[in-house]
Write a protein that binds this ligand. Structure first.
Ligand SMILES: *Cc1c(COP(=O)(O)O)cnc(C)c1O
Length: 402
């Protein structure tokens, strides 16, 4: 394929699409853990589209479900019932909190729905409205969700932010206690902060937040958009802590690559929304729901969550060898297959670029963390190949050491 064509596509994207991302390779096709670029380059994809294609690219069961539903009914609006949405809602209740869900099209929208649910619940429960969020968190890019995000780089320039959010320090229970007032309706956490740098919550912290919420009669909320769907070796990251939130959100890999988000609530919160209180034209799109059902079926049949737990351990061990070998690699952080290589210097971007040059796609999570989000069904060969490429790259960036 000609180089000229590659440049044309990149130029089209950068000339006519707003400059919100620093894009690199031009991809044309994906299969399993591989993606193929227009210039003939092949990559091992350890981004999984930022934890979206957790079963790899073009999984046959997901492709089949999408094709089948596309021929049946692509869209019907939420004025009518349809089969995939009903079946998926039941599945989410079974794997979730035993209550009902609201289906949206993205993570930010699922979090928006959760924030609106909290406001509605709070207005009927003593006029509470505030959500205590964590510093260094990430909850999305809409005005409400960026206001809930504890990172100034996401908020800068967008003042005035949405009121009704207070901030506490992640993994510091005392700071959460101090932030709770008689206006507090909920506490929102990621059990593993993804964008924030692959930082797992401490057990005492999550359990302490649960106990605090129970004591104060307020809601515990989890954002499982990145750390959920088996990514950390349990279906939901909160399962590592032996607690259940009152509501949580899922998105990213929920739709197997199609846009889909969900607010998943406990039975006690399942009746807060009533006709007219929230909605979405596309939310619960039948094709996305059919894809999601196929995802859950493959998870069950191929024991994907157990595989993620097992490979998370293997990958971590492999990465830990680099901590031993290089002074500049400080630690391996995260849970399951949401792992970050923490660097002493702000070299994450440089390492990510070198990895890509060598054939491995990875993410960054801030200037010091290279973040790996491999497909949950990765093979032993994928694992070995990735570790070899990471080793070669660290040699290039930090030089061979004795
Ligand atoms: C990606 C992400 C979001 C936002 O999801 P979008 O689909 O991009 O709106 C929210 N929370 C967390 C934890 C995420 O990783």
């Amino acid at each position: 394929m000609s180089n000229e064509k590659t440049e044309d596509i990149a130029a089209l994207c950068s000339d006519y699409q707003m400059d919100t991302y620093a894009r690199t390779a031009t991809l044309v096709r994906g299969k399993g853990s591989r993606v193929f670029a227009e210039n003939g380059m092949q990559y091992l994809d350890f981004t999984s589209g930022i934890s979206v294609v957790n079963l790899g690219h073009a999984h046959p069961a997901v492709v089949e479900a999408i094709k089948g539903q596309a021929e049946q009914l692509v869209h019907s609006s939420n004025l009518f019932y349809n089969e995939p949405v009903g079946r998926l809602a039941k599945k989410l209740s079974q794997v979730g909190l035993g209550g009902k869900c609201f289906l949206a099209n993205s993570g930010a929208e699922a979090n928006e729905a959760m924030i609106k649910l909290v406001r509605l619940w709070g207005s009927a429960n003593g006029g509470r409205y505030e959500v205590v969020c964590m510093r260094n968190s990430f909850h999305g890019r809409t005005l409400a969700t960026l206001s809930a995000t504890g990172q100034s780089k996401v908020q800068k320039g967008f003042d005035p932010l949405m009121p009704g959010f207070a901030f506490a320090t992640f993994n510091d229970l005392e700071s959460v206690k101090a932030a709770v007032t008689d206006k507090t309706a909920a506490v929102l956490i990621e059990c593993v902060q993804g964008e924030g740098g692959c930082i797992p919550a401490a057990e005492e912290f999550v359990q302490g937040v649960r106990a605090l919420c129970d004591e104060k009669g307020i809601l515990m909320l989890c954002d499982e958009i990145q750390c959920g769907m088996g990514r950390t070796g349990k279906m939901w990251a909160f399962e590592h802590y032996g607690v259940k939130p009152d509501a949580f959100t899922a998105a990213k890999s929920l739709g197997g690559g199609l846009p889909l988000g969900a607010l998943i609530a406990s039975p006690a919160l399942s009746g807060v929304f009533t006709p007219g209180s929230h909605g979405s034209t596309f939310g619960g799109n039948p094709v996305a729901c059919a894809a999601s059902l196929a995802v859950f079926k493959v998870y069950d049949e191929e024991k994907i969550v157990d595989h993620a737990a097992e490979y998370g351990e293997l990958f971590r061990k492999g990465l830990e060898a680099f901590v031993e070998k290089y002074d500049q690699v400080l630690e391996v952080r995260g849970k399951g297959l949401l792992l970050g290589l923490v660097l002493k210097d702000p070299d994450a971007q440089k390492v990510q670029d070198e990895l890509r040059n060598g054939g491995l796609l990875a993410c960054v999570a801030g200037p010091h963390v290279v973040r790996f989000l491999p497909p949950l069904n990765m093979s032993e060969d994928d694992l070995e190949e990735a570790l070899e490429m990471i080793g070669d790259t660290l040699d290039i960036v930090y030089g061979e050491e004795e």
